[in-house]
Ligand binder design. Structure first.
Ligand code: DI6
Ligand code: FE
Length: 407
């Protein structure tokens, strides 16, 4: 057997559900990489005779899968610090949205921005995530809300994947809000999404999945269903911002369309959990938005756990409800605010996040045949990743086998 490199003298948190024990851990381990994939892993004492060009010393740290941030809106222009000030003075997110602020404010700024400007801002935010060990990120459109601006956002997302050592999955979220020019005609806007924006994004190869915001300040379940129907017929998988601010039945709708994920879920009734399980829908928890909106209603985590519903954890990085470029912080919040344990939080930012993107066969676990997206941490135990805020930085990151260097 031949390998490009082998790392040894470390522990592995494989996060492979097929392995026994917490974190699917392998102690005093070794891992071999060939052609960007994991070629072998196991106890160092069992390392087979492998011809390797390079040996790397893991310095007794822990190796995890590259982190996967499976829900972000990181391409946008402008900021909403002024609204944050208003919210600190007592206005609610919904009041601001209804007064024409919120998402609409970012839409105006994003429409006015050039592709180069969008790219510059997004690349800086993405770098924050990458410096924490994120090697795969989902990026949504949804601040264009018209054909050209939605495509521009998706092109920027694709360009990020080409320029940066990170895997980017793009999600069309044209059904994020009703744009001002369609204010009184949301159904006509949905027609535009289904008949023009989605087909154009697909033709240009810009879209990996389709998302909707199902909420009283956004779109109704039947409007979201029209988008799901169109996406499904085009062969695209769907996901939904579901039950974030109120119960809409969006998770049930997502289940009927075998969605990749249903995201937020604060107002999900326990009785809807079985449907998500049955249809293989991942529950994506976004504690950053919960925190910034001072939400009090908690997603039904204990019931999700009891039902063995896969839970992912993501940043929801966006300028309004979650201006937070830290997946490690989201993991900490998932523990402190939502009641996950650190192993669940790490599974949520690796294995289950990969599944929420349909990448469970390539990303999110350490297993032979999977991409060698790897993060080495100078820690004594993987629980430390969720335990501390701003104390952990990767000692090294590899994306598809290549060592990532930061300026
Ligand atoms: N839910 C959210 O939390 C974000 N989008 C969504 O559908 C908020 C986006 C924003 O406020 O700009
Ligand atoms: Fe979101």
């Amino acid at each position: 057997m031949k390998a490009d490199w082998i790392i040894e003298n470390l522990n592995l948190a494989t996060m492979d559900a097929g392995r026994p024990g917490a974190y699917g851990a392998v102690h005093d381990a070794a891992l071999a990489v060939a052609d960007g994939k994991i070629a072998w892993l196991g106890a160092r004492s069992e390392l087979p005779a492998i011809e390797a060009a390079e040996m790397v010393d893991g310095r007794n740290g822990w190796l995890t899968p590259g982190l996967v941030d499976c829900h972000t809106h990181l391409v946008y222009a402008g900021d909403r610090a002024g609204e944050f000030d208003q919210r600190c003075r007592g206005l609610s997110y919904e009041e601001i949205a209804r007064a024409g602020g919120g998402i609409q404010r970012t839409v105006a700024a994003t429409r006015a921005a050039s592709e180069a400007e969008l790219l510059r801002g997004a690349e800086a935010r993405l770098e924050r995530l990458r410096r924490e060990g994120v090697t795969c990120v989902e990026i949504k459109s949804g601040y264009g809300l018209e054909l050209d601006a939605e495509l521009r956002m998706l092109r920027v997302a694709r360009a990020l994947g080409e320029r940066c050592p990170v895997t980017v999955r793009t999600t069309l979220l044209a059904a994020h809000a009703v744009p001002p020019e369609y204010a009184a005609r949301p159904d006509d806007y949905i027609t535009l999404v289904c008949e023009q924006i989605l087909p154009a994004a697909l033709d240009d190869g810009l879209v990996d999945a389709v998302d909707v915001f199902c909420e009283h300040i956004a779109f109704s379940p039947s409007q979201c269903e029209r988008v799901f129907e169109t996406a499904t017929r085009a062969g695209l998988r769907v996901k939904a911002h579901a039950e974030q601010l109120s119960y809409q039945g969006a998770a049930r709708l997502a289940a009927r369309y075998a969605a990749l994920s249903a995201d937020h879920l604060e107002y999900l009734p326990e009785s809807d959990i079985a449907l998500l399980c049955e249809h293989g829908v991942v529950a994506v928890l976004l504690p950053g938005a919960w925190y910034f909106l001072r939400e009090t209603r908690l997603p039904p985590v204990a019931a999700m756990r009891a039902a063995a519903l896969p839970m992912a954890v993501a940043t929801d990085l966006n300028p309004g409800s979650s201006p937070m470029a830290s997946l490690l912080l989201a993991m900490n919040q998932a523990c402190v605010l939502f009641g996950l344990c650190p192993e669940e939080a790490l599974a949520g930012a690796t294995r289950n996040a990969a599944r929420a993107l349909g990448l469970q066969h390539a990303k999110g676990v350490l297993r032979p045949g999977c991409d060698a997206d790897l993060v080495l941490w100078d820690i004594d135990h993987p629980a430390e990743l969720s335990y501390a805020v701003n104390l952990n930085r990767p000692a090294a990151v590899w994306q598809e086998g290549v060592h990532v260097r930061f300026a």
